[in-house]
Design a binder for this molecule. Structure first.
Ligand SMILES: [Zn+2]
Length: 85
């Protein structure tokens, strides 16, 4: 009786270990791309929201030539403002 239970337990452990190994051997597939330009928030952006205009320092938009403006989303805290109440 005990021996069969132990054998069953050992078999379950083997199955679990093999399943873990199978999971680890699988290639990591993440939905998020490695380099997402929209993931990072630039400090300065073009007021026209031109592509590639985001910059971490003030300057001119390389697309339309307008002066970059401070990105309001850059220094915004994670929590929403609650001082409206
Ligand atoms: Zn622009």
């Amino acid at each position: 009786m005990l021996k069969s239970i132990k054998a069953t337990a050992a078999g379950l452990v083997l199955v679990a270990v093999s399943a873990l190994a199978a999971c680890q051997s699988e290639p990591v597939s993440t939905t998020a791309p490695a380099a997402a330009p929209t993931a990072q928030v630039a400090a300065y952006v073009c007021p026209m929201n031109c592509e590639g205009s985001a910059s971490n320092k003030p300057g001119k938009c390389p697309v339309c030539g307008m002066d970059l403006e401070p990105n309001p989303a850059a220094g915004k805290p994670a929590a929403p403002a609650t001082d409206s109440l």
